[in-house]
Structure formats: C-alpha cells, structure tokens
Design a protein around this ligand. Sequence first.
Ligand code: ADP
Ligand code: MG
Length: 337
Amino acid sequence: MAEKLGIGIDLGTANLLVYVEKRGIIFNEPSVVAFDYESEQIVAAGLDAHQMVGKSHKKISVIKPLKNGVISDMQAAKALLTYILKKVDNLTSRELANAVTVMCCPSEVTPIEREVMIELGKNMGIKDIFIEEEIKAGALGAGIDIFKSRGNMIVDIGGGTTDVGVLSFGDIVLSRTIRKAGNYIDAEIIKLIKKKYKIEIGELTSEQCKIELSDLRENAPTVAVRYAGRDIVKGIPKYVEISSDDIREIIIPTYEEIVKLIMSVLKDTAPELSADIYQNGILFTGGGSLIRGIEDFIWKRIQVPVRVANNPLTCVAEGAKYLLKNRGDYLVNPLQL
Ligand code: ADP
Ligand code: MG
C-alpha cells in the first residue's frame, strides 16, 4: 500500500499556511476568502481576498473565517481550505480523503472549539486527522527537539491571540492566552488616529502603518509616514501623517501586557522547569515577534534570555512537516472521522 500523503495546516487568525508532503508549503497567505453571493462561488482567496477588505461591493462578501484563533465561520473555513487544496494544489477529493492531516490549533481551545476543528476536517472529507497545539508545532519548526528537552517556554504573538506555553518532554505543562496581539494593535491604531487627527484609516492601512513604524527600542528614532484615510468631519479623502511616537502609545502597553502574561506563567512554573527555561531562553514565534527591539524589551523586564525564531511566520507549518516526516514516532492514533 502506498504511503498516505501528509498535509499540514496552520489555520491562523491572520495567516493560513498549508504544507503538502513532497511539495512543500503550497500556500502562505492571509486567512481571507471572498465569496460572490450571486454565483455562490469563491472569487478570491488569500492575498487577493485580503486586498478586497474594506473595498468590496454588496454582492461580494469578504470573510475572515477565524476570530481570536478559533473558527467562527465554518462554511468559510471549509470553502477556503478546500479551494486552496483543490485549486492551488490540484488535490483530488480522493487524495484528500486518503491523506494524513495535521491541523494546528491554539493551546487554549475549549473542547467545543476542538470539535469544530474536527468537524471542519470531516466536512472536507478528511479521514485521518491529528490536532496538534500550535505552540508544540511552532517549537519543533523553530528547531527545538521538544520530545527530548524539558523546560521550554514558547510565546506566540499572532493575529488574534498571544499564547504562552511551557513545554516539557513533548507536552504542554502550562499555557495561557490573551486576546491582545496583531489585530488588537491595528484596531487601537485606528481608534487613536481617529481621536487625535479626526481621520479614519482602514484596517489594511493600519496594519501597514504598524509594520512600518513599530519599534520597541527606548531610543528609537522618531519617524513619520503619510497614510491615506478619510476626514471624519468633512467625509473627504485626506492624508494623515502618523509618527512612530503615535504607534508607541499603543505598542508599549500591549507588549507590557504580554510581559505580564509571561510573568504570570513563569510564576506558576515549577522551579526545576524555571531553571531550564532560563537556560534555554524564551522562544518567540508568530508575526508579532517580528517587531523591532523585542529581545531587549523583554530582557529588560524579566531578565530571561530571549530568542526570536528565524522563521516566526512559518514555524508552525514547519513543525507540522516535522511531525508528518516522523509520523511513525509521533502521529500514532489519528482521530478517525
Ligand atoms: P496567526 O498565526 O494568528 O495567523 P501570524 O503569526 O501569521 O498570526 O502573525 C500575523 C500578525 O503579525 C499580524 O497581525 C501582522 O500584522 C503581524 N506582523 C507581521 N509582521 C510584523 C512586524 N514586522 N511587526 C509587527 N507585527 C507584525
Ligand atoms: Mg499562528
């Protein structure tokens, strides 16, 4: 019997990554789908759909199937994944049905949310599915042999949530989540600019502005960039000059909250594990760890060494790849759907 095809899925609030064995990461784009009500068809997925956010007309709805790390729109999640696997990778329904699939999920999902992920797999026609925590997969994908080592702390700053977890011998000992991550910062930037300059900017502009201007370093130079928005008083298009100091008002308190979360987890970690975490350093993954100056910011506050993964946006998918490659050892009893 031919070996089953392995598929790894990192369905994040912000980005969807799909790994297919022998082909590699075949998709790495925003988790967004655009749906045409009239033809009842997907008109765009990923980046193309993302660029339609805030710009589509009535007949097309642009949907993000995840909120805060969990599936909030099952139909859209299924449509997006099926579209990608079949359209982008030409997988047949039969190949999909026979595949071994690793689906990554946040560490704090409730049993109901987990059921929803299983349901998604079922709806897609997948039979063998493994649900693995993103923190575990992320650590593996960043090169940590989590099954041999004990006392690792992983902090994943994604779109919807920031997850902190302590791993020991391949399992999560302790984990905690807050709903403060990339999307929260984007929304706060929009509020601030509206209040301060009476100009409304869109979601995509806000994210772009965050990526361009964020800097956690104490002595970071002040820079300003002009962005397009809408004057809320006159209702007309208008440029607004946003400075890195404006953005600091939001990112500093948000990353302080992340520090608090890390501290609370450290406080509840057993001393032996704590010592290992100190030795190994804290691993940061997810898009939010790409912010400038994060290592120093964390070190100054908790004096534990910090390492940002080399591949913070892809390490969860890389971890799924690792698990699939060594499936004989790690993926033993699939949930049979
Ligand atoms: P998820 O797994 O939840 O989909 P990701 O790990 O893909 O999230 O991270 C996406 C988030 O990271 C987005 O909110 C994005 O704006 C943010 N991000 C990406 N690059 C940067 C950067 N250089 N600085 C700050 N935030 C960033
Ligand atoms: Mg993620």
